[in-house]
Design a protein. Structure first.
Length: 185
């Protein structure tokens, strides 16, 4: 007779190691992406401007737009003593009024939804570095591109399914948890 698998522990407060992992991977991805764009299209004012604009976009969508537009609708915003995997629910409470939990799945609806902006922030540096490598090959740029791709894969195959979404209290309503396959775990 097969044993029933144990359910994953749902965190009210994510451990600091999870928060550091999530934000560390995010910030490293953004910073290496900016460096890769600057390397690929520099040294020129256009390359540095493109890299700077990318960094502003990536950091703003994650650390300003998310606490203002996504977090207020998330269950962690209302959870007494709660701390989500990004820690942004705490920031959001200081920046925004409580939203409507029914609007939380909207983070994945529409062409300019937060999920699409987030994915753009992850993909822009990869898509920008490929033509730069074709135009003028550089081992350093190839290493940066490989690092950014590795961080993206690590995020999708480790951070989301094993660190973030697996233990999330709102995984049953979050559109990001569905593709990770953790809702029944």
């Amino acid at each position: 007779m097969a044993e029933k698998a144990a359910k994953a522990e749902l965190y009210t407060r994510y451990p600091i190691s999870s928060i550091i992992s999530y934000n560390g991977v995010t910030l490293l991805h953004f910073l290496l992406g900016g460096v890769g764009i600057a390397l690929g299209y520099g040294p020129s004012w256009a390359g540095y401007t493109f890299a700077g604009l990318y960094l502003v976009f990536a950091l703003a969508q994650m650390y300003v737009l998310m606490p203002l537009t996504v977090c207020p609708h998330c269950g962690y915003y209302r959870l007494d003593g709660g701390l989500c995997v990004s820690g942004l629910n705490v920031v959001s409470r200081k920046m925004a009024r409580e939203g409507d939990a029914r609007l939380f799945p909207g983070r994945a609806k529409g062409p300019l939804c937060h999920n699409n902006l987030y994915m753009a922030s992850l993909l822009i540096p990869i898509l920008a570095m490929i033509p730069a490598l074709v135009i003028e090959f550089s081992l350093l740029l190839l290493a940066v591109l490989g690092s950014v791709v590795a961080l993206l894969l690590y995020r999708f195959f480790v951070v989301f399914p094993k660190i973030a979404c697996l233990h999330c209290r709102v995984k049953h309503v979050c559109p990001n948890a569905e593709p990770t396959g953790v809702r029944e775990l």
